[in-house]
Design a protein around this ligand. Sequence first.
Ligand SMILES: [Zn+2]
Length: 241
Amino acid sequence: MLPEISTLAQLERLDAQTHQLQLRLAELPKVLMAEKKAVEAKKKEVEDLQSRLSANEKERRQIEGDIQLRQSKIKKLRAQIEQAANDTQFQAFQHEIQFAEGEISKGEDRELDLMEEAEGLEPKLKADQSALIEAQKAGLEHFRSAEQEHKKGMAQIGQNAAASRELLAKLSPQYAQLYERLRKKYKTGPILSEPDNGTCGVCQMTLRLAFWQGIKADPDKLWQCEECSRVLVYNPPVMNG
Ligand SMILES: [Zn+2]
């Protein structure tokens, strides 16, 4: 292989690595943002559960207070009923007692429902709270490792750029210009192509037969695909025996 072509191959490898790093570094903030959103959604779930549970507790306390009030009212009514002057008064007290008893019974039913709801919500809240703590911890770790990765990636991109400049400076102007032209045409991806059985290995165009034979006969010359202009690097098969 021509030494210039081997330099082009090194440049191509550096460019490919830089491109991969750039893609990855562009991806990082998106990954972190998606994770942050997931943590926020989990936090909101925990907060919703907490407010449901505290509303539940508040209502239960209200009902308990209400039941106590009605119970002492019933006590008074029972004392009063003893002194009822007539049947109409008696019935009026009786009616009030029945109403209060009915309200107490309704209150107790509601209390049971609320207790059942709280029993269902409490373990869910506990599980969600620990999941949230885990997610926050993981988020922080991922953020830190992303920072490290970003720093390392940027340093590597800088090193690659310096290595490329050095390689380019050593190339003859003809090959340096060829590299620049191909890199301008193909911002990313290969600029070298290994022909395979008479076909350009990258653009897949079938090479003219005479051209292909020329490559095989003189592989140490600069050959460029007539379709895509990439530099064709031919490695003749090793003959055994
Ligand atoms: Zn081609």
